[in-house]
Design a protein around this ligand. Structure first.
Ligand code: ADP
Length: 649
């Protein structure tokens, strides 16, 4: 017993050390893993930033290259077209295409050709009789009008004719003869000759007359006014008509003032800007680079020869620059910005000079999402964390598995130690008593028959005890190695009971033991392993004898209850506490061995009984009271075949 306790304590210490070791095996790699993940996360943040910066730098360089190429190409294209197309048409084309906010065209000598500068006053051709008609204006306007009308009808010079017509209309308006003025204007405008007539400054007379007609018609005949408005608008947008820029600008403004909704001119702002530019000193245009123009907030870019100058307002320029270096491959998370000379861009990720065509300008890349690097790095780190989490979980699981295996191994070792300790101890007692009895017999000079018989009976009892003990050890060993095979057959209950009682005959019929057996009539046969059931009953009857003092009253009752055959083994022995009743079926468990020191046993019998009963799909119950005895009841299903061999508890 002492030996067993000692081995148990030693084994528990081993187990504690082993658990600690396994914990270390888990904790140390896990801590290392966490450290690595942490380092990897830091490195990942840095690496992601570097990697993305590299990619963005390449994109930026590409954009810069495109921009430079585009502007060089633009300079050459402008010159080529200046040689092929008339300046007003070029102006309209580039402005309407959105290439610039305004365009100024020069001739090879450097004189502006569109918009044209104001012309020197030409000598106006006047019809003969002009002075007489003019002198009438001071006294009789209607008469003057008539005189001018006559002049217009008689003269052959086109410009003189148109001037007389203009004067006629002027007199009619001054004389408040609007209807006559309208009729005169409409009549003249329908005359095919007038559209080509110009005044002393080279301005076409017809478009001005048309504007006058529209103004006169607006109050009385708005529909007609709209018809003429449409005609004038078409003329003003015709850049092949030879109309002077200053006249076009003036008429566009006037028409737009009269009809703010209907008369919208897409080139009006450009005309105004170009005119403003020419009013300033526009001589510094021979460098084909983007530079500030003399107008505030306006940039100029001249073609290689300086014949075409594109004007850009500061607010519209970035969109054009962006379009020039448009790169479909530019990642969506970044934005291309243009930084004007002397400006800074806050939060720009990278910047590069915009190229020789745009001196002082810089191209910059900014992040649309300032947390982009962090987000991408976090995605990567998330993957690391998942990976390491899985590895960690695997390590923990494997360690738990290993721990379980080691525990099982330890339990097995413990079992083996217990078995060895018990076998040696339990074998020693019967062997020693047998040896003593034999030696006593041998030592006596003369053998008395009575004494010899008594001694031999004692030796036989010890022998039986020894055999049962060894039988239990062997059974237990087979169970532990899963080598216990049952042989199920239909067996009559009486046969099992009789064999068990016969095996216990001597003890049950010993003096001081009263054994009573009650078998219910007509018990059904059991499908069982007969030997195993005999072992069960023998163990229970043996315990009943062992754990009962003088005046034993042992009973064996077999009855049929609820379709089950019940074997109840009762005694009036020392009984069991409720706690012991729960433990006694565990192997090697002995309930307070000090209370029955004389009886042998190693706590295997009941565990074997339970194993056999379970294999027969039955149950075992104990009802006991300390000092009053116990009843062990085995219930087996009547006539049922056992399905297999259960694991030993
Ligand atoms: P053992 O070889 O010690 O008898 P068992 O497994 O048969 O082993 O019994 C386990 C323990 O249960 C015994 O040591 C004993 O303390 C208790 N026990 C078994 N049967 C009885 C009984 N009929 N009366 C009192 N105690 C019993």
């Amino acid at each position: 017993m002492v030996f067993r306790t000692l081995t148990q304590r030693v084994s528990r210490t081993h187990e504690a050390w082993l658990t600690l070791l396994l914990l270390l095996v888990v904790v140390v790699p896990l801590a290392g893993l966490l450290w690595f993940v942490n380092r990897a996360a830091q490195n990942e943040r840095f690496a992601v930033r570097q990697k993305l910066l590299e990619v963005y730098r390449a994109h930026l360089a590409l954009a810069q290259e495109r921009l430079d190429d585009r502007w060089k190409q633009l300079g050459a294209e402008l010159d080529a077209q200046a040689n092929q197309q008339a300046a007003p048409a070029l102006f309209a084309k580039w402005v309407l295409a959105g290439t610039a906010d305004a365009v100024v065209c020069f001739d090879p000598a450097g004189h502006p050709v569109y918009p044209q500068p104001a012309r020197v006053m030409l000598t106006q051709s006047l019809a003969p009789g002009w002075t007489e008609a003019q002198s009438l204006e001071a006294t009789d306007l209607p008469a003057a009008a008539k005189a001018y009308a006559r002049l217009a009808g008689t003269t052959t010079n086109l410009n003189a004719m148109a001037t007389a017509w203009q004067a006629q209309v002027r007199c009619l308006i001054q004389a408040r003869q609007n209807d006559e003025a309208i009729a005169a204007l409409a009549g003249g405008l329908r005359d095919n000759r007038f559209p080509q007539a110009t005044d002393g400054q080279g301005r076409f007379i017809a478009p001005n007359a048309m504007l006058l007609l529209i103004e006169l018609l607006q109050a009385s005949q708005p529909d007609q006014a709209q018809v003429w408005r449409q005609a004038l608008q078409t003329q003003l947008l015709d850049y092949d008509s030879g109309l002077l820029a200053s006249q076009r600008l003036l008429l566009m403004r006037e028409l737009h003032r009269l009809f703010p909704q209907a008369a919208a001119f897409p080139t009006l702002a450009a005309e105004a800007l170009a005119a403003q530019y020419l009013e300033r000193d526009a001589t510094n245009r021979h460098v084909p680079v983007l530079q500030m123009s003399p107008l505030p907030g306006v940039w100029q870019f001249a073609s290689a020869s300086g014949r075409i100058v594109l004007l850009h307002r500061t607010e519209t320029l970035p969109a054009r620059l962006r379009a020039a270096c448009y790169s479909p491959g530019l990642p969506a998370e970044v934005r291309l910005d243009f930084i004007a000379p002397g400006h800074e861009k806050e939060g720009a990720l990278l910047s590069l000079p915009a190229g020789p065509q745009l001196p002082g300008w810089r191209l910059a890349l900014s992040l649309n999402d300032q947390k982009l690097f962090e987000t991408i790095a976090n995605q990567q780190i998330g993957a690391y964390l998942w990976g390491s989490g899985l590895v960690g979980a695997a390590v923990v699981m494997l360690s738990l598995l290993a721990l379980g295996m080691v525990r099982r191994q330890l339990a097995l070792t413990q079992l083996r130690n217990d078995l060895v300790a018990n076998v040696t101890h339990e074998l020693k007692t019967p062997l020693a008593s047998m040896r003593l009895l034999v030696e006593t017999l041998l030592a006596s000079p003369q053998l008395e028959e009575q004494t010899t018989r008594e001694y031999l009976a004692l030796i036989a009892r010890e022998n039986i005890r020894l055999s049962r003990l060894i039988g239990n050890f062997l059974t237990f060993s087979r169970i532990e190695r899963n080598k216990y095979n049952f042989d199920f057959h239909p067996v009559p209950v009486a046969a099992i009971v009789n064999e068990a009682v016969a095996a216990m005959h001597e003890r049950l019929n010993a003096p001081g033991c009263h054994f009573e057996m009650r078998l219910a009539p007509e018990l059904p046969a059991l499908i069982a392993d007969a030997d195993a059931l005999v072992t069960t009953l023998v163990n229970l009857l043996d315990n009943a004898c062992k754990y009962t003092g003088e005046n034993k009253r042992i009973g064996l009752e077999v009855r049929l209850e609820q379709g089950q055959v019940r074997f109840a083994v009762s005694d009036n022995g020392i009984g069991l506490t409720p706690r012991d009743q729960q433990q006694i079926f565990k192997r090697f468990y002995r309930a307070n061995p000090l209370r029955s020191p004389t009886v042998g046993g190693c706590g295997l019998g009941l565990s074997i009984v339970q194993f056999i009963v379970t294999a027969h799909h039955g149950t075992i119950q104990v009802a006991s009271e300390p000092g009053h005895g116990s009843i062990f009841t085995v219930s087996l299903p009547a006539g049922e075949t056992a399905a297999g061999t259960p694991k030993h508890p």
